[in-house]
Structures are given as C-alpha cells and as structure tokens.
Design a protein around this ligand. Sequence first.
Ligand SMILES: C[S@@+](CC[C@H](N)C(=O)[O-])C[C@H]1O[C@@H](n2cnc3c(N)ncnc32)[C@H](O)[C@@H]1O
Length: 224
Amino acid sequence: MSQELWSSVDEFICSLLAPEDASLEAALKAGTAAGLPPISITANQGKLLMILAHSIRARRILEIGTLGGYSTIWLARAVGPAGRVVTMEIQPAHAEVARQNVARAGCDSIVEIQVGPALDLLPGLATHDPKPFDMVFIDADKAAAPDYFAWALRLTRPGGLIVVDNVVREGNILDAESPDPSIVGIRRLYEIMSGERRAVSTAIQTVGSKGLDGFSISLVTAPA
Ligand SMILES: C[S@@+](CC[C@H](N)C(=O)[O-])C[C@H]1O[C@@H](n2cnc3c(N)ncnc32)[C@H](O)[C@@H]1O
C-alpha cells in the first residue's frame, strides 16, 4: 500500500464521481499561482460535504478555514442560490484569493468571507447573525479545534452537522505525549466529543491523495 496507489484511486474516484468543473479547477490553479499551500480538501471530499449538506437540506453553513475558497465553493453549491455560507480566514492574502475564486464560480452572493482569527470573529457572528447554522465545517488551526467545536455546538441547530477535517494526522493522534499543539488540540477534541451529550459523533480515517488522515462528523441532537 502506498501513497502512489492512494492517489491513483482518488483520481479514479474523482474522475467518475466528483469531476471538477472549470471554476473548481481555476480555484486550485489560482491558489497555486498565489503561493497558497496545497492543503484544500479533495474533490471527492468536497462532494461528500455537498451530499451531507443536501441530506439535511442545509441552507446556512459556517466554515472555519477558507484558504482559497475551494471547499467554500462546494458548500455554496450545496446551499444553492437562496442559501448562505459564512467562511472565516485569518490570512488576508488567502481571503483575497478566495474572494476571486468564489466570484469566478458565481457564488459571491451566497458567500461571506470574514477575515481575521476565527475565535475573534465568532462572538460577533453569534451576536449579529444569530440564526442557527445547519452545518459547520471546521478546517483551520487544529490547536483550536476544541474551541471551534464548542462554538459550532452553540451555533448549530438540532439535526445539524459538524464536520472537522484532519483528525487523524497520519496516525500521530495516537501519541498522548506529543507536544505538537495540533495533536494536543485534536486529542482534546476527541475527549470532548466522546463526553458531549448534545451531539453524537464518530470519526473516519481515510487514505487518498492527501495521505492518511480523517474527519469527524457530529450530529447535533439538542439545543445549546
Ligand atoms: C486547511 S486550510 C483550509 C482549506 C479549505 N477549507 C479548503 O478545503 O479549500 C486552513 C486555513 O485556515 C486558516 N487559518 C488558520 N488559523 C486560523 C484562524 N485562527 N482563524 C481563521 N483561519 C485560520 C489558514 O490560514 C488556512 O488558510
């Protein structure tokens, strides 16, 4: 089993089940041209987010961690023209690439990009846009994942979903002594999810073009 094989299988799956249109391809190219790191989700992961959003008839989605807006476009397409996606990004340069990518994809009337550290932006969102979200996709700094999860629980309606990306990290989450803040954050997230009574959670490890990683998914079952 090798990275080469995992990537080839991903290519096979994406070519048949999650082909990218010109806007998604252009979003990735623009990110590369602007020097953004190649850490966006894959097309088949984007399609999974879209299917999850459709399955709960999501109209309002919060994303934490925009990068160049690749996942944002998948989420915007899931909510449709009458929907709303709020996405938060700490790096102004990333947010600018995302703004252009989202506009090129025709999703700018659906997507609001907020620029700044998400933990600074979330209290304002809760105050000024208090309507519950149907789904939250957490894909930013992993050290703060427990805080983002707490905010997501507060902002998501019962029946809504919270998805957290990169919760396996090549298996490094097994290292209880790791000083890496990302590992500490993700391990704490698992503890919180396992004891949280307002949501039921699981996590799935995955292999693919981005290596060995995984995502968690939580169904919110009770109001905050
Ligand atoms: C993995 S990338 C997001 C990828 C994107 N969701 C996609 O799949 O296309 C993580 C992003 O989170 C941003 N980020 C990191 N720390 C953050 C913070 N404290 N607040 C908001 N965004 C942050 C990074 O700058 C980076 O652009």
